[in-house]
Design a protein around this ligand. Sequence first.
Ligand SMILES: Cc1ncc(COP(=O)(O)OP(=O)(O)O)c(N)n1
Ligand code: 3NM
Ligand code: MG
Length: 529
Amino acid sequence: MQQEEEPKHLGKVRVPHVLTVAGSDSGAGAGIQADLKACSARGVYCSTVITAVTAQNTVGVQGVNVVAEDFVREQLKSVLSDMHPDVVKTGMLPSPGIIKVLCQSLKEFQEALVVDPVMVSTSGDVLAGPLILASFREELLPMADIVTPNLREASALLGGAPLQTVGDMRSAAKSIHDIGPRNVLVKGGDLPESSDAVDVLFDGKEFYEFHSTRIITSNTHGTGCTLASSIAAELARGSSVLSAVKHKDIEKGVQLKCWLIVDVIGLVQSKRYVGSALDYSKDILIGGGRQGPFDHLMKLKHNALPCMRRPFDPSDLLMYAVTDSRMNKRWGRSMSDAVKAAIEGGATIVQLREKDTDTGDFLEAAKTCLEICRRHNVPLLINDRIDIALACDADGVHIGQSDMPACVARTILGPDKIIGISCKTPQQAEKAWIDGADYIGCGGVYPTNTKENNITVGLDGLKTVCLESKLPVVAIGGIGISNVRAVMELGVPSLKGVAVVSALFDRECVLTESRNLLRAIMDSTKAVK
Ligand SMILES: Cc1ncc(COP(=O)(O)OP(=O)(O)O)c(N)n1
Ligand SMILES: Cc1nc(C(=O)O)sc1CCOP(=O)(O)O
Ligand SMILES: [Mg+2]
């Protein structure tokens, strides 16, 4: 009997999807490249139909090569007929013919439409002439769910009178609405003499003003594309929210403008996102021109810090200092003072293990500790708290068997962060390896007062785990200057060092204890060789 074929979509999740129809920017600050990054940052898939290839950098636009209309049609057909995006977002549309082709395709497929009427680049280069303007007005705008002109574009769409006040923006929004789009967002980022940035939305009935603090930066290339893409992404994500809101309100018998609610929320979120990315990117340097790109994913600076993070090196586990807030309190020192002293005494890796510190205080202290660690090229891990590790961009986390599963932590933290897992058995060590951990902590080697109800595995238990482990091992639990030799002299290659809490931090002078312990570790490793 022939087996029935399993439906291809079974068990798969459909993800929100924006198609951008725009030009490529070789400098990657605007255009297709900005749209891809913005959608990715907002958690939405982005497909691309390229209308033109520009030679462009932070100085300006040096050249434009328009893609043939037929080939734009072919790209549109490929994406729309197969991938069914939720929203189409347009950017640079360099010829009336391309606008016509796009409008024909959109009529066939009926997706929601966000139009960013790109006419003048932020460097001042004109990207669309009068014929294109006419096509925008006559063909594309009447189909748009939302159009997002800046002051110059709004002025161009309406015959050229400059917009100088919020009042002018309101009138312009209304006049553009008369052309046919359902919503008009006039962006006032360039409005003269205003301390905050004001955007005006008109939905055909009411005006909404969105105020945000103006961010003083020259890294603004691609802001318009990014905002429009982000709005498209929010719309793509919101299609299910929309039906949920509708359903709830029909049940309550309340009349609500559902589309607008979703859209206004989406706009606020989009503006907030662009503001955060601009603020983050104020001090990044890419290119020598007047207007640089910004960092859509807000990650680039991490790699540019003076002490760059390096890949995990198992020999970092040699003397692993694990902090304890109660001990620091007892001895009247801050977390960062304790960390600094341990590092100066030779700690090769640090873990912040703070069981009773408030989240806000923990985060601030972690940032300070991270600066110290980066300066000394010592990795900093956070115990249990993946949120804190992410928030301060620590080098990784240490988690136990009852904490978040390591494979989930790996998904959240990505491939570059260090993940350590506590293991007491070879089976746990095997699972840690499968789950993508970088090292395991094995203990308690000796009884300890630092961790309540901790099972002691002894030197034998440690040795068994080390012999089976495919990952490097650090020993923990009751280890100090008096017994470190016995641990290190097990001489199993996977055993890379010892992790200690009280032997360093429940002492008067962390620096002295660290130096002495390191000397003892070094002596015992020499003895093993
Ligand atoms: C290096 C190292 N090894 C083991 C542990 C213990 O982690 P866990 O089992 O999650 O217990 P808590 O530390 O969270 O009490 C560790 N922290 N570090
Ligand atoms: C945090 C921790 N984990 C352990 C384990 O066995 O997994 S023992 C332990 C406490 C270690 O503190 P001290 O060095 O003061 O004994
Ligand atoms: Mg834990």
